[in-house]
Design a protein around this ligand. Sequence first.
Ligand code: CA2
Length: 192
Amino acid sequence: MGASLGPILVAIRGAARPASPFRRRPLALVWGARSQGGAGRSLGVPMPRLVTILNGPNLNLLGRRQPEIYGRETLADVERGCAALAEELGLRIRFLQSNHEGQLIDWIHEAREEAQAIVINPAALTHTSVAILDALHAFEGPVIEVHVSNVHRREGFRHHSYVSLRADGVIAGCGTQGYLLGLRRVATLLAA
Ligand code: CA2
């Protein structure tokens, strides 16, 4: 066993490709120490980029009530599907759900430090929360807003989204597949 090396943060600037708006911050490639497991195991292999996937109030009930609107897949099914696709795309995910606005805001703040992109279904907070919008404004990477149902075919109060004022893309009415489409979009934006 070689000596354990601490993780090294490497910033790469001035790539040949034109600057992407999502590369405003230097690329923080975390190069793994020899002693670490997972993707950063061998020195010189960059950690896959992290996508935080956030789910708002009541989405823990997905697949258990109102299947005519939200389908039959549970949130655990969605998480499994996202994890499998993320691996295919060379991404890592942090998949989270909360019924509390403040918790979602705290996770968005954490994402500023550790994640390169956010996929968010803010659920009912979509239509009410300036606080979530403000938190997302402080996040620099791509943000994709996902809704399982087609909010535009539903009650008028669901037609307005505060989060859309910040989102780089919005997916609605594609069922739980919307999360996978969101992840694919994030992969495209991060690679641009
Ligand atoms: O279509 C979506 O994904 C929504 O974000 C879901 C929210 C709703 O308030 C938004 O307008 C649109 C509701 C999430 C609650 O999910 C449930 C799932 C099953 C049973 C009950 C609620």
